[in-house]
Design a protein around this ligand. Structure first.
Ligand code: SF4
Ligand code: SF4
Length: 307
């Protein structure tokens, strides 16, 4: 990978300086297949130390989307031929109208919901189980957990979260929903084969016959930047860095995310100054420049946020 001659620093009040590549690769939109909706903005019931958009109970950088905003987005998405949907936040189950949003979305395509699982009580799990079986399109849940012991998980996600997340997973399993367990590799070695095998056995012990796990590398922005480190000036992409065929594998070649205030290339960039593409999905169809620091991680690790 070539070294940058110089990297631009975008100044922004209320935000640390952001390094951007002076000569980034450009990526066309193949087709808008996948649409993310930041339904609860940056509001979350917990505040994980690796959260790349620094979500928490008091973070109003992005507010919750209203039912009307989601409805209008879905109409526009249908016009653009979107094939699948993701709900994220923050914590989607904080949304007071989450059931209506789920049903509206499932009326027009498959839906995955990213959650920490803590707010899924027995009644919600039973409702999700019914929807899981009866909806016209598939419903999938992704529950985040950063270790198979409280000693591993709780220093990252907060005291007591391990037990509360496990309880949510068990409730989902008891109502016939098999969530994908999403594990961020917050410690060296977590993604190695024996660690994955131990994790799979642990999930099996929760009453899930066919465990599904997704391991993700951390992105060095948001709170993770304080927990470990931020990106260096050399960790940016430049013209010519993408391998043949790589562009099509990056999720931003076929996805966008909509928040309360507009459209961004992907879920990683909603707090990144300068990354906003406009206010309508149509604005999001234009090519993007992979000028941002997290693009480096996508390139090096082949990361995709899709399930
Ligand atoms: S990582 Fe997920 S659960 Fe944790 S604070 Fe961020 S949005 Fe909330
Ligand atoms: S961070 Fe990753 S998914 Fe987002 S625009 Fe950059 S390469 Fe694409």
């Amino acid at each position: 990978m070539s070294r940058p001659e110089s990297s631009r620093i975008l100044p922004m009040s209320n935000h640390p300086p952001v390094l951007t590549s002076p000569d980034p690769p450009e990526l066309d939109m193949d087709a808008l297949d996948t649409l993310w909706l930041q339904v609860t903005g940056t509001l979350c019931n917990i505040a994980c130390l690796h959260c790349f958009i620094t979500c928490g109970p008091k973070n109003h950088q992005h507010e919750m989307m209203t039912v009307e905003q989601v409805c209008n987005t879905l109409i526009e998405a249908q016009q653009q031929g979107v094939r699948e949907y993701y709900f994220t936040g923050g914590e989607p189950f904080l949304h007071p109208n989450i059931r209506a949003l789920i049903l509206m979305t499932l009326a027009q395509g498959p839906l995955s919901i990213l959650t920490n699982g803590i707010l899924i009580d027995d009644e919600m799990a039973a409702w999700l189980g019914d929807v899981f079986r009866d909806a016209p399109y598939s419903l999938d849940l992704r529950v985040s957990l950063d270790g198979y012991t409280a000693e591993d998980n709780d220093p990252i996600r907060g005291n007591g979260t391990f037990e509360r997340i496990i309880a949510g997973i068990k409730r989902l399993a008891s109502h016939g929903v098999n969530p994908v367990i999403t594990v961020t590799e917050v410690r060296p070695g977590m993604g190695q084969a024996h660690e994955r095998a131990t994790f799979i056995n642990f999930v099996r012990s929760l009453g899930i016959d066919k465990p599904r796990l997704k391991f993700l590398v951390p992105f060095l922005i948001g709170r993770e930047e304080r927990r470990t480190r931020g990106y260096t000036e050399n960790e940016l992409l430049h013209e010519g860095d993408l391998q043949p065929g790589e562009a099509q594998k990056l999720q931003c070649s076929s996805c966008r995310i909509v928040t309360d205030d507009g459209v961004y290339p992907c879920p990683l960039l909603i707090n990144t100054p300068g990354a906003k593409m406009g206010t309508s999905l149509r604005d999001g169809l234009q090519p993007i420049k992979l000028a941002w620091q997290p693009c480096y991680t996508c390139h090096v690790y082949g990361v995709t946020c899709r399930t």
